[in-house]
Design a protein around this ligand. Structure first.
Ligand SMILES: NC(=O)c1ccc[n+]([C@@H]2O[C@H](COP(=O)([O-])OP(=O)(O)OC[C@H]3O[C@@H](n4cnc5c(N)ncnc54)[C@H](OP(=O)(O)O)[C@@H]3O)[C@@H](O)[C@H]2O)c1
Length: 334
């Protein structure tokens, strides 16, 4: 990567962002990592300690709520990976704050894309979307599985108010705004749509999907509520998600939206698997009536047909959760 222009990663301190930074540094990229507070050692030390960080990583202060704050970090970059999102959206119980967070998400992607236009050096803009921008649809569906042709129905989300409905609306609105801007301004945009992201991590604290993955072990009521709300969703290993981001950045044939999902993530199967792995822990096995939001699986055929290989697809959902649990234990978080 000698002589190459740098790439920028937004939300670099988070679960997926930090693993993406790690993988990019390993591939020899020069990475500009944006965080809201570069002076907050607790939020950035795990990045600064990565292999190659001393020579190839720089931290930049930027906030989705401040128009233009990504200009400096993106100036001179050949790629931008826009990962940042206020994830507290997933846990909001009523719509107080919804407008503010939706505008942060929508204005945030537009602010970053405007910075990309100003830079004039960008080859590709990769946006971390979600299966939540694809699969929130009224049933019964006409299909057997969701593909990139499907878009979540924001009116349905608003009416149904299923788990994560505000997140679904905000992410779907942001993605649509991004596609419109890309088309009107000639930005090469590719979107990645991860299912629930689980597996080991390098952040010093947990985040939404880590808490959900470990909830049957920790028996944290709020996180178990999330896991029940996610019933039927598919999952994917964090390493596969980050490698898919890089693959889609580097592959000249990549175009459009790509679902990134490899395992079914059924709560009863996870409970059974974890009870075998941790016989001394009383893993819950009765879950009552479960939400049927994710009635159909999301297919990664388009990504696989492009040539991407999932390295962790042979693991089952219990293996992925156990890996997340072990990462938490190693860090003394549980
Ligand atoms: N985890 C999943 O299961 C999953 C699945 C599908 C898609 N995704 C998508 O993946 C992305 C990352 O998720 P994650 O699980 O890694 O979440 P995370 O660990 O909570 O990280 C979120 C990141 O967003 C940043 N952020 C939040 N509000 C911001 C703002 N106003 N301005 C700038 N940065 C802001 C945070 O930065 P600070 O450190 O500065 O606070 C943090 O680094 C999100 O876009 C999410 O929608 C996640």
């Amino acid at each position: 990567m000698e002589g190459k222009m740098p790439v920028c990663v937004t939300g670099a301190s988070g679960y997926i962002g930090s693993w993406l930074v790690k993988r990019l540094l390993e591939r020899g990229y020069h990475v500009r990592a944006t965080v809201r507070d570069p002076g907050n050692k607790k939020k950035v030390n795990h990045l600064l300690g990565l292999p190659n960080a001393s020579t190839n990583l720089s931290l930049w202060k930027a906030d989705l709520t401040e128009e233009g704050s990504f200009d400096d970090a993106i100036q001179g970059c050949e790629g931008v990976f826009h990962v940042a999102t206020p994830m507290e959206l997933l846990l909001l119980k009523d719509n107080a704050g919804m407008d503010e967070i939706k505008s942060t998400t929508v204005n945030g992607i537009l602010s970053i894309m405007k910075s990309c236009s100003k830079a004039k050096t960008l080859k590709r803009f990769i946006y971390t979307a979600s299966v939540y921008t694809v699969a929130m649809q009224p049933e019964p569906s006409l299909f057997d599985e969701y593909t990139e042709d499907n878009w979540s129905d924001v009116d349905f989300c608003f009416d149904r108010k299923m788990f994560g409905w505000m997140y679904a609306i905000a992410k779907t609105s942001a993605e649509k705004a991004g596609w419109k801007y890309a088309e009107e301004n000639g930005i090469d945009m590719v979107t990645v749509h991860p299912a629930l992201v689980v597996g080991h991590f390098i952040t010093p604290c947990t985040s939404f999907s880590i808490d959900a993955a470990t909830s049957l072990y920790t028996q944290d009521e709020v996180a178990m509520g999330s896991l029940k709300g996610l019933h039927g969703i598919t999952a994917v290993h964090v390493d596969d998600v980050c490698n898919a981001h890089i693959y889609l950045f580097e592959n000249p044939l990549a175009k459009g939206r790509y679902i990134c999902s490899s395992q079914s993530f059924n709560i009863s199967d996870i409970a059974h698997s974890l009870s075998l792995k941790y016989p001394s822990i009383d893993i819950p096995n009765k879950f009552g009536v479960l939400d049927k939001t994710f009635a159909l699986p999301c297919s990664s055929k388009k990504l696989v047909d492009l040539g991407f290989k999932f390295a962790h697809e042979h693991k089952d959902a219990g293996d992925l959760c156990a890996e997340t649990i072990e990462s938490c234990k190693d860090k003394g978080l549980i």
